[in-house]
Design a protein around this ligand. Structure first.
Ligand SMILES: [Zn+2]
Length: 64
């Protein structure tokens, strides 16, 4: 079996994280894979692990 070698120099960021902010309580966190242009995402302000309020809100992602 052949083997390849990679180092940290071969890595790149494959997941783009989007910084979001809850419009209700102002809690901020990072969402991964929520970067499709023109799409509206339903996010929940997490109150299980963070200090979020548990409310849902929409986030629309645009390139501009
Ligand atoms: Zn919130």
């Amino acid at each position: 079996m052949k083997r390849i070698y990679r180092t940290y120099e071969d890595t790149e960021v494959s997941v783009l994280s989007t910084q979001v902010k809850c419009p209700y309580c102002g809690e901020e966190w990072l969402e991964e894979d929520k970067d499709e242009c023109g799409k509206t995402y339903i996010l929940t302000c997490d109150d299980e692990f963070d200090d979020g309020c548990g409310k849902q809100f929409e986030m629309s992602f645009d390139a501009s």
